[in-house]
Design a binder for this molecule. Structure first.
Ligand SMILES: [Zn+2]
Length: 96
């Protein structure tokens, strides 16, 4: 019983990490941009917007790689609109 309780408390402190599609590093959500599948298609998720998602780091290098190789297409197994990739590039343009 003691073991069950201690593992539960560890779980509470655990920060959920999400994997970037480009560099495959696991990071906290706040360091990532989330793309979600919506009923209408795909969009860049607003903060705390729920849904099946894929993530990329908020930096121009990872975004450039994800856009060039269309890594979100692979992640969702669907073709994402070009406009969405363009939106990602716009978002990270000023980071350099
Ligand atoms: Zn990354």
């Amino acid at each position: 019983m003691k073991d069950v309780l201690s593992s539960l408390s560890v779980k509470e402190k655990h920060i959920p990490l999400r994997m970037c599609v480009a560099c495959r590093e696991r990071k906290e959500k706040k360091e990532l941009i989330k793309i979600i599948r919506t009923p209408d298609g795909f969009s860049v998720a607003k903060s705390n917007e729920a849904g099946r998602g894929a993530y990329v780091c908020k930096n121009a290098d990872c975004v450039a790689k994800a856009v060039k190789k269309r890594l979100f297409d692979k992640s969702f197994k669907e073709r994402l609109p070009d406009g969405l990739y363009e939106e990602l590039v716009e978002k990270t343009k000023n980071d350099r």
